[in-house]
Design a protein around this ligand. Structure first.
Ligand SMILES: NC(=O)c1ccc[n+]([C@@H]2O[C@H](COP(=O)([O-])OP(=O)(O)OC[C@H]3O[C@@H](n4cnc5c(N)ncnc54)[C@H](O)[C@@H]3O)[C@@H](O)[C@H]2O)c1
Length: 441
């Protein structure tokens, strides 16, 4: 595949529907990094290494030296929002980053102004921004978004664009007939069918132009047959959904460990408080349901109660998110895990994670954008399930069950990179080392 990976020549545009806390934190971080003011901690593409060869550990390049990723200096940001705030104002409002850091890059941030959003308040009841397109139908909105992307590309002299949804969580919907085929979806756009969520209109605009689209919210968005078919037809990389940060990150680290030791789990109670705009949106039951569904599947997929009924057959899993403004973006999560061991003796694990939501999400947005661009240049299109490492509820190809174990996900991601560059995939490096130490008989 190596010869087929086109080089990252020219500039890459990263377009973000939703220039809120996560997007502004990511953009400010990249600008600060480029100016030598900060380091891109938490970003695998910028700081991670990859082991190559037979597992002896002597070839360990940086990922960004191994695969041809876009350089951070060659990235240009843009996006849409229902509020007119530029990125300096959005970042100031989000109160994630230190004001002195924001002021030191203020001119660069102020230059990034949102384009008018396509919005339907029925999907996000707790927000009422007015900076929205007055499109007669969803079809018209899609055409306007396509023009926005095109103008942005020309104005910034870009060679490539990727679109990453960093917009709000929409209300819970399930796929229906209008989402079934490209033809039914396009008819639905023209009829302004209310079952087509705004995020799907953005996805359609990007994918219809062969532009990669990744969904960072738990919305249905790209997880419908029509967008999957369109992605295959137009050779666009797609993926989703919901950035894997905070509590779910911890869950997918701890659960594989418990499963590895065959320890039973009878209950897992997870609760959160957060006070940012995302928390406000999730305070609405219909929007919370979208998030809840995305978070709930993780344990079942990792623990496999179908295979281990004695260990996980009666697991009670409960998730709550509570809007609590005083904490702002500094989400606090508690997990109470009831486990049991030898002869069913019960034990408990308590996790209290005082995290920062957007600080955890920002590097994921950057990595997803750079990897989606890489996939596109490598001729990989359709659902990119190798990027599930970054996602809470990974979309998979052809209905294959999702992998949620973070360690397996990382292994898969790295093996895709190795294969892309014609290196041997590594499955269990330690095993290779052990075999070498076994004396010849
Ligand atoms: N921060 C995390 O740890 C994390 C983890 C997983 C997923 N997410 C998801 O990422 C998304 C962004 O989170 P955030 O904290 O930045 O939220 P935010 O509320 O600060 O930003 C979202 C922005 O999207 C805008 N928006 C809403 N609908 C839009 C539309 N149709 N078009 C354009 N813009 C629109 C809103 O006005 C808002 O400014 C949310 O969906 C959230 O659930 C965040």
């Amino acid at each position: 595949m190596k010869e087929q990976v086109l080089p990252a020549e020219g500039k890459l545009g990263i377009l973000l529907p939703g220039l809120g806390a996560v997007a502004s934190t990511m953009i400010a971080g990249v600008i600060a990094t480029n100016k030598g003011l900060s380091k891109p901690i938490g970003s695998l593409t910028q700081t991670g290494h990859i082991e190559l060869g037979s597992g002896t550990g002597d070839r360990f390049p940086l990922i960004r030296d191994f695969v041809p990723l876009a350089n951070l200096e060659d990235v240009v940001f843009g996006g849409w929002d229902i509020y007119e705030d530029n990125v300096y104002q959005a970042a100031t409002h989000a109160r994630v980053l230190d004001q002195r850091l924001l002021d030191s890059i203020r001119p660069e941030l102020e230059l990034i102004k949102p384009m008018r959003a396509f919005f339907d308040r029925d999907y996000v009841r707790n927000l009422d921004g007015k900076f929205i397109k007055q499109s007669a139908t969803r079809w018209d909105a899609a055409q306007e978004l396509i023009r926005d992307i095109d103008n942005f590309k020309k104005a910034n002299n870009l060679s490539r664009v990727v679109v990453i949804w960093t917009g709000s969580t929409e209300k819970y919907i399930e796929a229906s007939a209008v989402h079934e085929t490209i033809a039914s979806f396009e008819a639905g756009l023209k009829n302004n069918d209310a079952a087509i969520a705004p995020s799907m209109v953005y996805a359609y605009a990007a994918v219809s132009q062969g532009i990669p689209f990744i969904n960072g919210a738990p919305n249905l968005t790209t997880d419908i047959p029509a967008i999957i078919q369109l992605a295959r037809k137009n050779k666009a990389a797609i993926g989703g959904k919901d950035f894997k940060t905070g509590q779910t990150l911890m869950k997918t680290v701890v659960a594989p460990g418990l499963a590895a030791r065959s320890l039973g789990v009878s209950g897992w109670y997870s609760t959160n408080i957060l006070g940012n705009r995302d928390g406000l949106v999730l305070d609405d039951e219909e929007n919370f349901k979208t998030k809840e569904v995305s978070k709930l599947g993780v344990l079942e997929d990792i623990l496999r109660p179908d295979l281990h009924p004695d260990l996980y057959g009666d697991l009670y899993h409960k998730i709550r998110i509570n809007y609590y403004p005083p904490h702002g973006d500094n989400k606090e999560s508690w997990d109470n895990i009831d486990i049991f061991g030898w002869l069913n003796y019960p034990m408990q694990i308590k996790i209290n994670f005082l995290c920062r939501d957007s600080i955890l999400a920002a590097p994921l947005v950057l990595d997803l954008a750079l990897f989606a661009d890489l996939a596109q240049r490598a001729g990989m299109y359709g659902v990119q399930d190798w990027l599930s490492f970054y996602l809470k509820s990974p979309q998979t190809q052809h209905g294959v069950p999702a992998e949620n174990d973070i360690f397996k996900q990382l292994n898969t991601l790295k093996n895709v990179l190795r294969t892309m560059m014609q290196e041997e995939p590594l499955d269990i490096p330690a095993l290779t080392a052990t075999q070498e130490t076994v004396p010849a008989l």
